[in-house]
Design a protein around this ligand. Structure first.
Ligand SMILES: [Zn+2]
Length: 345
C-alpha cells in the first residue's frame, strides 16, 4: 500500500512516499481504508527529531484520520464493513493505574498513531475497535479527520480541565492554529464569550467572521487590549499553546482565580513562572494533552447535533505530503491542512 513514512529524522528529505507492507489486522481491531488525514505539529516534531518518543523506523506518519471500514471481527456489534468512520489516535494499555481509573490520557504506555506505531498517512491502518467511531453526518473525510487531534484536545482543555461556563470569557492564543480554532468553535458552542489573539490581522478578521467576540492584535500590548475588552476585569479562562512568547501576557490577562490551560509550547517551554502572581491571585495552571475516548464520544455527539465543521485551510494529495508539512511549518495556515488519500477527502 502507498504511505508517507519516516526513514530518519531531520527535515523533509527523510519523509518518503512509497510502498509499505499492508497492516495485518489482529483480533479486536478494525482495518480502516483511509480517505483523509490532517497534519499536526507533532508530525513536524517526529520528522525533525522524535526525541523522547519510543518508535522504530521506518514509521508511517499521521495521527488523525477518517475512512471506511475494510475488515472487522465477525462478532463486532458497533461497526460494519463499508461504514464511514474516524479515528481516535490514542491507544491506551487499559491495565496501568491511570487506565484503571479511567484516565486514559495519563496511560504510562500510551501508543499514539504516527508516534509510537504506524499512522494514518497510508491507505490502510489497523487499530483497536474502541478507537474507531462512526463519522458524524454531513462532514467530508477531511473535516472528520480534523476532529481526531485538535478538537478532542480543545474539548478536554475547555470542558475536562477549565470546565468553562456560558457566562465566562475565554482568551484563545494563536488563532489560525488547529487547536485554537477548535477552541473558538467549542467555546462559542458552550455559550462563552471568546477573545482571540494573532499577530496576523487577516487571521483576526477571519476569526471574527467565525464568531469570535473580540480580536486582540498580538503585535501590540495584549494585556491592555484584553483589559479594554473586559472592562478591566480580565478573562476567566486562557487557552494556550504558543508558550514562552505569550506566557507572561497570558497570566496577566487572567481575572483573580482564573484558569490557564496549556497544551503546547511552540515558541519555547521555559518562560518565567511569575509565581507571586500565581499564588496571590490564586491562578490555576492546568496541563492538558489529547482527550479520552469518552470525551471523544461527547464531542462527536455535539458535532452531530450542531453541524460543527472544522475549518480547513488546504488539501494536498498524499504524494504532496512534503508541501503539506511545509504549509503547517510556515505558520501561515488558517485551519487544518488535509492530506487526501486514495479516492480523496
Ligand atoms: Zn495505561
Amino acid at each position: 500500500m502507498k504511505a508517507a513514512y519516516l526513514t530518519g529524522h531531520g527535515g523533509n528529505e527523510i519523509v518518503a512516499v512509497g510502498e509499505r507492507p499492508q497492516p495485518v489486522r489482529r483480533a479486536g481491531e478494525v482495518l480502516v481504508r483511509l480517505r483523509a488525514a490532517t497534519v499536526n505539529r507533532v508530525d513536524l516534531y517526529m520528522r525533525d527529531s522524535g526525541a523522547g518518543i519510543t518508535h522504530t523506523l521506518p514509521m508511517i506518519m499521521g495521527l488523525d484520520g477518517a475512512g471506511v471500514v475494510e475488515e472487522i471481527d465477525a462478532d463486532e456489534r458497533m461497526l460494519r464493513v463499508g461504514q464511514q468512520v474516524l479515528l481516535h489516535p490514542g491507544i491506551a494499555c487499559g491495565r496501568c493505574e491511570f487506565c484503571l481509573r479511567g484516565e486514559d490520557t495519563l496511560c504510562t504506555s500510551m501508543h499514539l498513531l504516527g508516534e509510537h506505531r504506524d499512522g494514518t498517512f497510508a491507505e490502510l491502518v489497523s487499530l483497536p475497535s474502541r478507537n474507531v467511531f462512526p463519522m458524524p453526518d454531513g462532514l467530508s473525510f477531511g473535516e472528520a479527520a480534523a476532529l481526531g487531534v485538535n478538537h478532542i484536545t480543545a474539548w478536554r482543555m475547555l470542558h475536562g480541565k477549565a470546565r468553562v461556563k456560558p457566562w465566562e470569557t475565554v482568551l484563545i492564543f494563536g488563532i489560525g492554529g488547529g487547536v485554537s480554532l477548535a477552541a473558538l468553535q467549542l467555546a462559542k458552542l458552550a455559550g462563552a464569550r471568546a477573545l482571540v489573539t494573532s499577530r496576523d490581522p487577516a487571521k483576526l478578521e477571519r476569526a471574527l467572521a467565525l464568531g469570535a467576540d473580540a480580536a486582540i492584535d498580538g503585535r501590540g500590548d495584549i494585556v491592555r487590549q484584553v483589559m479594554a475588552a473586559t472592562d478591566g476585569r480580565g478573562v476567566d479562562v486562557v487557552i494556550e499553546n504558543v508558550g514562552a512568547a505569550v506566557w507572561s501576557a497570558a497570566l496577566k490577562s487572567l481575572v483573580r482565580g482564573g484558569r490557564l490551560v496549556v497544551c503546547g509550547a511552540t515558541t519555547g517551554d521555559q518562560p518565567p513562572a511569575d509565581i507571586r502572581r500565581i499564588f496571590i491571585r490564586q491562578l490555576q495552571i492546568l496541563g492538558s494533552t489529547m482527550g479520552d475516548l469518552g470525551e471523544f464520544r461527547d464531542l462527536l455527539s455535539l458535532v452531530q447535533r450542531t453541524g460543527l465543521k472544522p475549518v480547513i485551510d488546504s488539501e494536498y494529495a498524499l504524494d504532496d505530503v512534503h508541501a503539506a508539512l511545509d504549509r503547517l511549518e510556515s505558520g501561515s495556515q488558517f485551519g487544518k491542512v488535509v492530506i487526501r488519500i486514495g479516492s480523496g477527502a
